[in-house]
Ligand binder design. Structure first.
Ligand code: SAJ
Length: 431
């Protein structure tokens, strides 16, 4: 039976390499439509949890894992030998930056090296990890060719970017259009056919590079526009204009405008990271992506700006940062999730501690954090603890936090997210 027929008849066996916030939800979506899916991850804890039917991705409802494992549609292992028995392999591994803020594609390289000994004719290999244009051709193809497999004839290869938005209740994998770019037309066709079994809309493009660049444009668009509104916020502060009121008013324009909101900086494993994959690659073409570099500079400065506003607010009540007790409200990188990665809250805490503040935090989603060599536990909110602190700072505005208690009992509140807009109290400082 041809690979296409095996796909449409759900007979293909699918391997998902990397069971994080992208890989596990994808494995679940594919198993839910009756594909036989094997999750492959080096982290035995993840593998064991899945085999026990346990879930560790907040956006997934717990029972779904248990039911799919029980039905046999979802398995998990850390043994790459299973690849030899699979028809489709989808790579969903991290693509971070290294210490010098250059792309670290070692997880992609490691995955294809672990997969390659078990590659066989008729397989479809898809990379989903966000990376610079050229990654699929420059990292995946050479390894496949080394095994004498001709792409587009013996084996099919494509890139299809993930578009998972952690915490988004409206858009899931199923109802988010999926971009697919294959090395050859047949690669595109077959990879698109696979995703068409799972998602409502597939958008086929002409090459992996096109698909890789599409994803980067999406995230650079966000990074640059967030930087723009952060810069406007700083100017509005100097001009004594309420930037939140400005954005709200601009948002009434029904065309040609999309609201972005100022904040304490950029968190997450995507928006602060992905753009620098492109700026790095562009240098190979003697091209300097000035918007990306400028946006990065502005966004990376935001935690320092927040600390300067905290200093100003304390100064207005004859206090200094040094020796003040400062409570950070919300440390996750964005609202209503439990993810700390690249969170600006960690940078704000680090700077405050360097200036001699006594820092604590409250975050209902995150029990403990480490900043430098110090660990902190989330402090339960209470009238006494609010009174004991010289200043509270809203860094991440979770929905399930009692802001009424905070504004009524805190001596001073610095709000970086306009979370307290409904309250008008003298002790609130909006940045
Ligand atoms: N942020 C602002 N102002 C805004 C929007 C966001 O300061 O107007 C901040 C957030 O607080 C957060 C950071 O930017 O710290 C990133 O937030 P985000 O929601 O843009 O990014 P992620 O990493 O949670 O999810 C994004 C997806 N988000 C949306 O499309 C809304 C999408 O870009 C990608 O599918 C995903 O990253 C990814 O995996 O690339």
């Amino acid at each position: 039976m041809s690979l296409e027929n095996e796909i449409t008849e759900k007979k293909v066996k699918i391997g998902i390499v990397g069971l994080g916030y992208v890989g596990l939800p994808l494995a679940v979506e594919m198993a839910k439509v009756d594909f036989n899916v094997v999750g492959i991850d080096l982290d035995c804890r993840k593998v064991d949890m899945i085999l026990r039917g346990e879930n560790y991705i907040p956006d997934l409802n717990g029972d779904i894992i248990k039911n799919l494992v029980k039905s046999g549609h979802l398995k998990a292992t850390n043994d790459f030998k299973v690849i030899g028995d699979l028809d489709v392999i989808i790579i969903c591994v991290p693509t971070p930056l290294n210490k010098t803020r250059e792309p670290d594609t070692s997880y992609i390289q490691g995955s294809i090296n672990s997969i390659s000994p078990y590659l066989k004719k008729g397989q479809l290999i898809i990379l989903e990890s966000t990376s610079y244009p050229g990654t699929t051709e420059e990292i995946i193809l050479p390894v496949i060719k080394k095994y004498g497999l001709e792409v587009g004839k013996d084996i099919y290869v494509a890139f299809s970017p993930e578009r998972v938005d952690p915490g988004n209740k409206k858009y899931s994998i199923k109802n988010t259009p999926k971009v697919v770019g294959g090395v050859t037309k047949d690669c595109t066709r077959i990879a698109s056919l696979l995703y068409a079994q799972v998602v409502d809309q597939v958008v086929s493009v002409s090459s992996p590079k096109t698909a890789e660049m599409t994803k980067l444009l999406e995230n650079i668009f966000r990074c640059v526009n967030i930087a723009l509104v952060n810069e406007i916020m700083i100017l509005c502060d100097r001009m004594n204009i309420d930037v939140w009121e400005v954005v709200k008013a601009a948002s009434t324009k029904p065309f040609g405008f999309m609201p972005f909101y100022p904040g304490p900086g950029l968190g997450g494993h995507c928006i602060p990271v992905d753009p620098f994959y492109l700026s790095w690659k562009a240098k190979e073409y003697d091209f300097y992506t000035e918007f990306i570099e400028l946006a990065g500079k502005i966004n990376q400065n935001m935690p320092y700006y927040v600390v300067s506003k905290i200093a100003e607010a304390l100064n207005d009540v004859q206090k200094s940062i040094k020796g003040s007790k400062i409570l950070i409200l919300g440390v996750a990188y964005k609202k209503d999730i439990d993810d700390l990665r690249e969170s600006p809250a960690l940078k704000v805490i680090e700077i405050l501690r360097q200036k001699g503040a006594l820092v604590s935090y409250h975050d209902p989603y995150i029990d403990k954090i480490s900043v430098g060599d110090e660990s902190f536990c989330s402090q339960p909110l209470s009238e006494d603890m609010l009174r004991e602190n010289d200043c509270a700072v809203v860094i991440t505005d979770h929905s399930n936090v009692d802001y009424e208690l905070i504004v009524n009992k805190a001596n001073l509140v610095v709000d970086t997210r306009n979370a307290l807009d409904e309250f008008s109290r003298g002790n609130i400082v909006k940045i």
